[in-house]
Ligand binder design. Structure first.
Ligand code: GUN
Length: 296
């Protein structure tokens, strides 16, 4: 079998187009423009690239983008004061503090200072708790993007066996909650899991989010299974730097039913879902109907 390639780049463009259409209606019918504030502390090169990309795409879908770039030695008090201002600012519907933060700042404290209704990353403990109890919440962007692709490919996920590789707060744990919410039988596997290969081989859906290049070989994949590869790893190959996922693409694509490539799979969906979350937050803040198909 050769797997169907799930084109995250094309899917993300569709999501952005839906967001843009909804934003146009919000402006015309309600006089509201959604606004996203992104806070970057320090000069981590990768974070700068992400933040630039977020700002660009925010403007492209017709939203307001507010970038706050702070020095690496910004005090916790100053960062919390900025978050407080953004929480109170009615033109700001979404707030994202780019992670990782410099070491002297307490990420948990900072994230939990964001108004949960504006927490478009879905990292605030209130949103984590709401998701875990099946209540309306803001859902972390990467798992939301994975869920959208799975629903689009399968329709209903009910009764499917899903294995999530990785137990991070940003991807693994919320991904497992979302799959459970869609009535999958969910296993969260990690570095201490026994017989990882066997656990994987039972799965109709594998979501790999461990951050280890090409860790999952094709012979861990059940024939016909759907493979969602969240990994983005830079490695040297044949003297060149290349991007690879957590799954060995060539061998997995030979047995899977469907697979996301790296690059061009999950990656582009993350920012698209950030825009979708900002729109959702804006609609909720104004008591308006939420966009269909853009939330969990
Ligand atoms: N750094 C890497 N990924 C993310 C993300 O999804 N959100 C935030 N806030 N920071 C990140």
């Amino acid at each position: 079998m050769t797997a169907k390639v799930i084109d995250g780049k094309a899917f993300a463009a569709e999501v952005r187009a839906k967001v843009a259409a909804h934003v146009t209606r919000l402006k015309e019918e309600n006089g509201i423009t959604p606004g996203l504030a992104v806070v970057l502390v320090g000069e981590d090169p990768a974070s700068q690239v992400y933040v630039r990309s977020k700002g660009k795409q925010t403007v492209e879908v017709g939203m307001n983008s507010y970038e706050h770039k702070l020095d690496a030695d910004t005090s916790e008090a100053d960062l919390l004061a900025l978050i407080d201002r953004l929480n109170k600012d009615a033109t700001v519907h979404g707030i994202l503090v780019q992670l990782p933060l410099p070491k002297h700042l307490d990420s948990d404290l900072v994230i939990n200072a964001i108004d949960p209704a504006k927490d478009v990353d879905g990292f605030h403990i209130s949103n984590v708790g709401l998701l875990g109890t099946g209540q309306k919440s803001m859902v972390p962007c990467t798992p939301l993007g994975c869920l959208m692709m799975l629903r689009d490919h399968h329709g209903s996920l009910a009764g499917m066996d899903a294995v999530v590789l990785g137990r991070s707060n940003i991807v693994g744990k919320p991904m497992a909650q979302l799959l459970l919410g869609d009535s999958c039988t969910v296993t969260i596997a990690h570095s201490r899991t026994k017989d990882l290969a066997d656990v994987c081989r039972r799965a109709d859906i594998v979501v790999a989010a461990v951050g280890r290049p090409e860790m999952v070989p094709g012979d861990w994949i059940k024939p016909g299974a759907t493979v969602i590869d969240v990994g983005i790893n830079r490695i040297e190959r044949d003297g060149k730097t290349v991007l690879v996922g957590d799954v060995d693409y060539a061998s997995a694509a030979a047995v899977a039913g469907a697979i996301t490539p790296v690059p061009g799979g999950v990656g582009p969906m993350t920012i698209a879902c950030l825009l979708a979350n900002t729109l959702t937050a804006c609609c909720r803040a104004n008591g308006l109907a939420e966009p269909e198909g853009l939330t969990a």
